[in-house]
Design a protein around this ligand. Sequence first.
Ligand code: HEC
Length: 111
Amino acid sequence: MRRLFSIVIAMALLSFFWASNDSSAGSGEALFVSLKCAACHKPDLKATAVPLAELAKAYGDPAKLVSFFKGESPMIIESTKSGMMKGQLKNLGALSDEDKKALADYILSFK
Ligand code: HEC
């Protein structure tokens, strides 16, 4: 009985780690959708704002993008519509470091 119990615990732990691994892979995309970034930024067509592919090319390095999310570096893409993005920076700044990194990695994956 005891043995069965520890097997059940071990399996529960395993599936927990499995699940959390899985979700960290997709969490950048989930954040991108839940923060409504996707309303203006599409993968590779110019909608309201620059496509992800262009953002990925302009930044090149997730660390640079994280620094933009933290408000530590200015916008680098020249645009007359930059004001639309400024309003997003409060949400971005409020994310945990881990989430900022996940979001940056997701955007950079379009390079
Ligand atoms: C209301 C529309 C809108 C939303 C929502 C939006 N953006 Fe933007 N974003 C823009 C516009 C406009 C620009 C300026 C460039 C351009 O004209 O396309 C921009 C620029 C950017 C840039 C480039 C900044 C630079 O260095 O010049 C990044 C990175 C970015 N957005 C990421 C995001 C992320 C991440 C989210 C979700 C939190 C988001 N955007 C949500 C409209 C939006």
